[in-house]
Design a protein around this ligand. Structure first.
Ligand SMILES: Cc1ncc(C[n+]2csc(CCOP(=O)(O)OP(=O)(O)O)c2C)c(N)n1
Ligand SMILES: [Mg+2]
Length: 342
């Protein structure tokens, strides 16, 4: 039997001064704070019995969602988000009320109130997903950019898969096809060390998932997923390659899933020391500290950003919980077996 791997560490980020404008840096922090506060709101709502089904925390994944999506042209490119990418939705211009109504499964939601976890498509915002947590979305994303390429459009697809989901067959098929066709596809493997209760040492035997890129004949890289500027710079390079017709890129982001698989899971199987180690690398806290140290923001303006964001969340929740529940018939719409509806 292969010996157990050590828990994964991200390679050290290069220490460099930022090449971004102050406006861009403030915006990155703002999106990450929005993601963080949306997440915190969903956890509270779950405990209050106001959010149903799976509530999948993205705590610790803010830099991945925001940094990757920020590299795209939200008017021309396309986003296929996964279940821990709330920050990507915000970057693509999805509005808070729409997301809150979707997640609280109220009447008027984009899934007609039948689902709370974001399986919605919003073509006007160029957001499609998530189709499934486990790989079925990757072929759809590849197909989308195959079609746009055939139409002569310049459109890059950004999509994500977990460390566990990356082990299913559809991911391999989609990536291989995209590589052969030189499709403008960016696949981010969000390695957060666990797939439900399975540690990554029981999911795959290679050291880095990005090493698989070699087998597809594409570029691949493993990066620290807690450093938003590194994530953005890496994704920008992938976007440039895709626009030059050089095909897909595989980016593995290393983070830690800081809560259970969903909120029903107490994640007692995760070693406490691992959580403590990664808590010290909190992507939002670290970036706020960096912007303060660089003189881009003051302690006071960071505090104000957090308070304003929280106030927006509370107002959106107040509006969403006032909405009625969906009509009962909605549960049967789009169900393919007629007899189920009888
Ligand atoms: C066929 C199938 N089996 C099981 C599930 C339940 N499920 C959803 S996500 C998931 C684990 C995903 O782990 P990973 O890909 O690492 O993503 P993470 O949740 O850690 O972000 C499981 C078991 C499912 N949705 N579909
Ligand atoms: Mg995982």
């Amino acid at each position: 039997m292969a010996k157990a791997k050590r828990p994964q560490q991200a390679p050290q980020a290069p220490v460099s001064s930022s090449t971004l404008s102050e406006t861009e840096r403030r915006e990155l922090l703002r999106y990450m704070v929005m993601a963080r506060e949306f997440d915190a709101a969903m956890l509270r709502l779950y405990r209050q019995g106001k959010a149903f089904g799976g509530v999948y925390s993205q705590l610790g994944n803010e830099a991945v969602s925001v940094g990757t999506a920020y590299a795209l042209d939200t008017k021309a490119d396309v986003l296929f988000p996964m279940h821990r990418n709330i920050g990507s939705h915000f970057v693509f211009g999805q509005d808070l009320d729409t997301l809150m109504v979707n997640h609280l499964a109220r009447k008027g939601s984009q899934m007609r109130g039948t689902d709370g976890t974001g399986h919605y498509a919003d073509p006007a915002k160029r957001i499609y997903g998530n189709v499934s947590h486990l790989g079925a979305m990757i072929p759809v994303a590849a197909g989308f950019v195959l079609a746009s390429k055939m139409r002569g459009e310049s459109c890059v697809a950004l999509t994500y898969i977990g460390d566990g989901g990356a082990q299913v067959g559809e991911v391999h098929e989609a990536l291989n096809f995209a590589a052969v066709q030189r499709l403008p596809l960016i696949l981010v493997i969000e390695n957060n060390q666990y797939a439900y209760s399975t540690p990554s040492s029981l999911e795959f035997a290679c050291e880095r998932l990005s090493d698989r890129a070699l087998g597809y004949g594409i570029d691949g890289v493993t990066i620290d997923g807690t450093d938003v500027e590194l994530v953005l710079a890496t994704t920008r390079k992938a976007v440039e390659r895709a626009r030059r017709g050089e095909g897909p890129t595989l980016i593995e982001t290393v983070t830690m899933r800081m809560r259970g698989h969903a909120e029903h899971d107490d994640f007692a199987y995760v070693p406490k020391a691992m959580l403590e180690e990664w808590a010290a690398k909190d992507p939002v806290e670290r970036y706020a500290e960096r912007l303060i140290a660089d003189g881009v923001m003051s302690t006071e303006s960071v505090k104000q950003l957090r308070e304003e964001t929280l106030a927006h969340m509370i107002a959106a929740i107040d509006r969403a919980v006032e909405l009625p529940w969906p009509d009962a018939e909605e549960a049967f719409r789009n169900v393919f077996m007629d007899e189920v509806a009888q």
